[in-house]
Design a protein around this ligand. Structure first.
Ligand code: PLP
Length: 367
């Protein structure tokens, strides 16, 4: 039989996303309107009205290509985060930034370091370029930064760190990251993936952009998919010093962020009220879900993101079994067996009534 492509591409296990509402309705014979999707860490508030208005204004220009340099969006990012435009790389989601980093910096056979139980795209981006993964055992479900620094090999070109981490929700304090960055050799690039940073409490915040000014080998990635409520549009960005940014932009597809996404992202960057509401709904929902878990004795990993990892049972089929039972009740959560966590499930934090529907269904399923 003819085989196509390199071995390392054929070895890739495809990304498993959250099930779409339409698919669950079709497969389980349910009414779409009765289904609650808490599977992809999306913003339960729905798309911000400010973004919708901006897209309506931009829609008449869709016969033209987008601005490949994203002038207006970079200007809005510059204004909000106080970084120059030539420090910014726009991405088709922050996923694009993670892949760009691997494609720009790593050759086949070289190594990439990341943590056990960290975001599924790190292995994908690593394998796609034929690189060798150095997976560092997690500590209490989170990154063991000392072990990660020690695991850096002579051929390591890239390290991925997610803070907060998905799917475990663990958080690394700023002083620990600062100490880690000091230890990383200057020829090794660190991607600090901050997809969930807007959900941090004020006392947890640290100055990642200050580190970017200090370290020419650091890329901080952010997204509009979570707290900014634009997951379907696919916009994210990376911030790094100009030399690294220039390289990333040579590999970047010229029109990787479409016009509507650019317009919406500008609008929502200026929509402080939406961002605050997102954070508040998340804080309240986290309390609602974890209080119920505590009351019913369900183990969970304390989370700083917009989701919670909880224990579905003690056997290796628990995640699959409880997930299926929840699907039949119209509740979509995320199995994490592909992360090596078959006894666990991840639930995204929704609106109060969505969280309540999930908790009611879970109670019945686990009874
Ligand atoms: C840790 C982490 N990084 C990056 C992403 C990528 O998100 P997006 O491509 O939508 O920006 C996600 C999405 O779930 C994530 O959990």
């Amino acid at each position: 039989m003819t085989t196509f492509g390199p071995d390392y591409v054929r070895a890739i296990a495809p990304y498993q996303g959250g099930k779409p509402i339409s698919e669950v309705a079709r497969v389980f014979g349910l009414d779409e309107s009765a289904i609650v999707k808490l599977a992809s860490n999306e913003n339960p508030l729905g798309m911000p009205a400010s973004a919708k208005r901006a897209m309506q204004q931009a829609i008449d220009e869709l016969a033209r290509y987008p601005d490949s340099n994203g002038f207006d969006l970079k200007a809005a990012i510059t204004k909000k985060f106080d970084v120059p435009a030539d420090w910014i790389t726009l991405g088709n989601g922050s996923n694009d930034i993670l892949e760009l980093a691997a494609r720009t910096l790593v050759q086949p056979g070289q190594s990439v370091v990341y943590s056990q139980y960290s975001f599924a795209v790190y292995p994908l981006a690593t394998q796609a370029v034929g690189a060798r993964a150095i997976v560092v055992p997690a500590q209490d479900f989170g990154h063991d930064l000392d072990a990660m620094a020690a695991a850096i090999a002579p051929d390591t070109k890239l390290v991925f760190v997610a803070n907060p981490n998905n799917p475990t929700g663990t958080f690394i304090e700023g002083d620990k990251i600062a100490a880690f960055l000091k230890k990383v050799p200057s020829q090794v690039v660190v991607v600090l993936d901050e997809a969930y940073t807007e959900y941090l409490q004020p006392e947890q915040r640290y100055d990642a952009l200050g580190w970017v000014r200090q370290y020419p080998n650091l890329i901080v990635s952010r997204t509009f998919s979570k707290a900014y409520g634009l997951a379907g549009l696919r916009v994210g960005f990376g911030i790094a010093q100009p030399a690294l940014t220039d390289l990333l932009n040579r590999i970047r597809q010229p029109f990787n962020v479409n016009s509507l996404a650019q317009a919406a992202a500008v609008a929502v960057l200026n929509d402080e009220a939406y961002l605050q509401q997102s954070a508040q709904v998340n804080t309240d929902g986290y309390r609602q879900i974890t209080a119920a878990f505590t009351q019913t004795g369900i183990a969970f990993v304390p989370s700083c993101g917009n989701f919670v990892l909880f224990r579905a049972g003690d056997d290796d089929d628990a995640g699959t079994r409880v997930n299926l039972a929840l699907l039949k009740k119209g509740i979509i959560v995320r199995p994490v067996g592909n992360y090596g966590l078959p006894q666990w499930l991840r639930v995204s934090i929704g609106l109060p009534q969505e969280n309540a529907a999930f908790l009611d269904a879970l109670k019945v399923v686990l009874a």
